[in-house]
Design a protein around this ligand. Structure first.
Ligand code: UT7
Length: 344
């Protein structure tokens, strides 16, 4: 199979951003309810052994009834703001990356603004699936760098449990709910400096991973409601191959843009979809297992939230230390991919 077409983010001829930007705080939130592989054995024809060996996932979190993407996003955001020492009323920009918005309109970011009281902020969503948090990082850092905003709160948040077909073993074992957030501030100094980033999209592969119903292309009607069209559908094997190729190339591009080599990277924080994908990328990049942050055994694939949650866990558990260089890399529906290098 050929590699995905690389439609790269701006080449080096694009003017440099004006200011450097750093991650000044991170936060995450996971709902309390745990759904284990053994729980899933009672719901569909599957086994803990299959799920763990094919994906690495052991359990995932499921939001409570009435607990929405915006609620989880707000809880993660409040922790990130606290760590950054930024008051909600001083937030200029909120970007929520999600494919599971509370409503089609308005944006989930508007509800987050309301929940946290960030009354002065501009707020909108980005839809780039599992790459969404890094898309938000790219938009926010250039917006701050160009002087349009003084700071930004970027959030990846998902209530995937609301869009999973719980009778389809091919997909329902994979996904989980949660949220992660980061606060961006302009800075020449201090930890968390974003050194480089890179985005890519291949819309020709849009059908490989999607939610076919519920949009204007296929509104849910009383006639088709039983077909579960508004749930995640994926051609897993094809997505797997694209993920490995695109994430490796995205990783190499950001490292090169930062003027570094893989030997300069202390920690890799990849999208948490499948341990076999993570292992394949680690092998191709030439990093050891110890250099790769993995938490998917606890949370499954939380799409746009995954890299954000992992970054917060790495930050708060001391897995990443001041001066370390971190590579973030993600891949998802679209197809989309994204990467960034950060000096902690
Ligand atoms: O987050 C966005 C990016 N997403 C990804 O990166 C996901 C990429 N894809 C994957 O991670 C993997 O393709 C999956 C985990 C989704 C599937 O693993 P796989 O090794 O590619 O399995 P497969 O789809 O080729 O299925 C192998 C067999 C099939 O049975 P037959 O046809 O060989 O008899 C499936 O029906 O495994 C069967 N199977 C299951 N068996 C037990 C599929 N799902 C299950 C299950 N339990 N839950």
């Amino acid at each position: 199979m050929s590699d995905p077409v690389m439609s790269d983010s701006p080449p080096s001829s694009v003017p440099q951003i004006l200011k450097s930007v750093r991650i000044a705080g991170t936060g995450s939130y996971l709902p309390e309810r745990i759904l284990t592989n053994h729980d899933l054995e009672r719901m569909v024809e599957t086994s803990d052994e299959w799920i763990a060996s094919r994906t690495g996932i052991r359990e995932r979190r499921v939001a409570a009834d009435g607990e929405l993407t915006s609620h989880m996003a707000a809880k993660a955001a409040e922790k990130a703001l606290e760590q950054a020492g930024l008051a909600a009323e001083d937030v200029d920009l909120i970007i929520v990356a999600t494919i599971t918005p509370d409503t089609i309109t308005p944006a989930t970011a508007c509800y987050v603004q309301q929940h946290i009281g960030a009354t002065r902020s501009v707020a909108f969503d980005v839809s780039a699936a599992c790459s969404g948090f890094l898309y938000a990082l790219e938009i926010a850092r250039h917006s701050i760098g160009a002087g349009a905003f003084r700071n930004a709160l970027i959030i990846g948040a998902e209530k995937l449990s609301a869009f999973v077909n719980w009778t389809d073993r091919n997909t329902c074992v994979l996904f989980g709910d949660g949220a992660g957030a980061a606060v961006l501030l302009p800075s020449e100094n201090g930890h968390g400096k974003v050194l480089s980033s890179h985005l890519g999209t291949d819309g020709a592969q849009a059908e490989l991973l999607n939610i076919p119903g519920g949009g204007a292309a296929c509104p849910i009607t009383s006639e088709n409601v039983d077909q579960k069209l508004a749930t995640l559908a994926m051609q897993g094997r094809e997505v797997f191959k694209h993920a490995v190729n695109a994430m490796r190339r995205a990783a190499e591009t950001s490292i090169e843009k930062a003027g570094l080599t893989i030997a300069d990277i202390d920690l890799v924080i990849p999208h948490q979809a499948n341990l076999r994908i993570i292992d394949a990328i680690s092998d191709r990049l030439g990093v050891t297992k110890e250099q790769v942050f993995v938490n998917l055994e606890k949370y499954g694939n939380t799409s746009a939230a995954a890299v954000a949650i992992a970054l917060d866990e790495a930050n708060r558990t001391g897995a990443v230390k001041a001066g370390d260089r971190i590579l973030l890399v993600a891949f998802g529906a679209g197809l989309t991919w994204a990467s960034a290098v950060i000096e902690w």
